[in-house]
Write a protein that binds this ligand. Structure first.
Ligand SMILES: [Zn+2]
Ligand SMILES: [Zn+2]
Length: 370
């Protein structure tokens, strides 16, 4: 089968700049679709692989939050068509296993099977295989993914905004709506106001939470968090965060969302809980991380800690829900995109993630339009 040359940002060694190379992309095989990349978000999970705090087989193309246009469909593809505008999820679920049919497609037991292929998706100039993160590898001009990884979006949704639906919005909103089931009687605190945290804040507003406390190291982030629905803010750089939150909400918070990905903030999330409260951990933590909790506070106060991988999203249904809320002004996705870079400028984009004014930087391909 012929391979297609694509420009891509390749991770050769952790901590080093990404190298822009021409790779060779396999054609879509049975059940697969080739998508011309239009926009790809820079996620903190990518940054973990970039710095080496999470392992990936190298060389690798990172990127998993992506939108694009269907260019070619392999045999057996019947849900999407050439020309469709699509957004990609990292969990291509089968729809048939016990997890899928019980409404938890992000826990699909056949995701690995869906991603597996007989030939490497990407090879480099020397013909050596190149890993695609999550079988996506979005920092490339084109990708080949299982059809099950795709949701079609309407043309009125901007491609940069659509890309975010694949990871940070699905995760932050999903954790609040599906994972925690926040409602109007709840109080919420969100630790870390990056893309996922800001999405969680907006989802808490959407769910009618009576108080929403944003916690971050930077004043600029907190100001943005207020504009996206936070009712209160706590600057974590100054003083005791727990004390500050308990002063705002005596007795503790009913739902805390940790969107940083550090054991210390996971422990803080638990420490902020009211009796009966639930801490939901969203950030991927460095390999081997452990957290330590007060055992008495778990048992005597009926407190819980839970994970919410990818927000437990139900991708096809959630994309419809999220785009409707966006269109009707209840979910501000435009404000979530705070920077755009070309593929050649992707290292600068990763560096910009540390800026207090940054929520999400998106790599834009071609004209950056559908
Ligand atoms: Zn991500
Ligand atoms: Zn399944």
């Amino acid at each position: 089968m012929p391979r297609i040359p694509v420009s891509a940002a390749v991770l050769r060694a952790p901590g080093e700049p990404l190298s822009i190379e021409t790779l060779h992309l396999d054609e879509p095989r049975h059940g697969e679709v080739m998508v011309r990349t239009v926009a790809a978000g820079l996620c903190h999970s990518d940054l973990h692989y970039l710095t080496g705090s999470l392992d990936i087989s190298l060389p690798a193309v990172l990127g998993h939050e992506v939108s694009g246009v269907v260019e070619q469909c392999g045999p057996g593809v019947d849900r999407v068509r050439v020309g469709d505008r699509v957004v990609v999820t990292i969990t291509p679920s089968c729809g048939q296993c016990p997890e899928c049919v019980s409404g938890a497609p992000t826990r699909c037991s056949r995701v690995g099977e869906r991603r597996r292929r007989s030939e490497p998706l990407l090879t480099d100039g020397a013909g050596a295989p190149v890993t695609s993160l999550g079988a996506i590898g979005a920092f490339a001009e084109a990708i080949v993914v299982p059809e099950a990884a795709l949701a079609v979006v309407d043309a009125d949704i901007r491609p940069d905004v659509a890309a975010l639906l694949g990871c940070c919005i699905s995760t932050g909103v999903g954790a609040v709506i599906h994972g925690a089931g926040v409602g109007p009687t709840d109080t919420v605190a969100v630790i870390g106001c990056g893309g996922v945290g800001m999405a969680a804040i907006q989802a808490a507003r959407l769910s009618g939470a009576r108080r929403i406390v944003a916690i971050d190291l930077h004043d600029e982030k907190l100001a943005l968090a207020k504009s996206l629905g936070a009712t209160d803010t706590v600057l974590s750089a100054s003083g005791d965060v727990r004390e500050a939150v308990l002063e705002l909400i005596p007795g503790g918070v009913s739902h805390v969302f940790e969107a940083v990905g550090r054991p210390s903030t996971a422990e803080l999330a638990f420490a902020l809980l009211a009796p009966g409260g639930v801490a939901t951990l969203l950030g991927l933590m460095p390999t081997g991380s452990r957290i330590s909790l007060d055992a008495a506070a778990i048992v005597e106060g009926d407190r819980r800690v839970q994970g919410s991988y990818m927000g437990g999203n139900r991708f096809l249904a959630d994309v419809l829900t999220l785009t409707d809320h966006y269109r009707h002004g209840r979910l501000d996705l435009d404000a979530m995109v705070t920077g755009t870079v070309a593929l050649e400028g992707i290292d600068g984009g990763f560096a910009a993630m540390a800026a207090p004014s940054s929520i999400r930087t998106v790599t834009s391909f071609g004209e950056g339009t559908w």
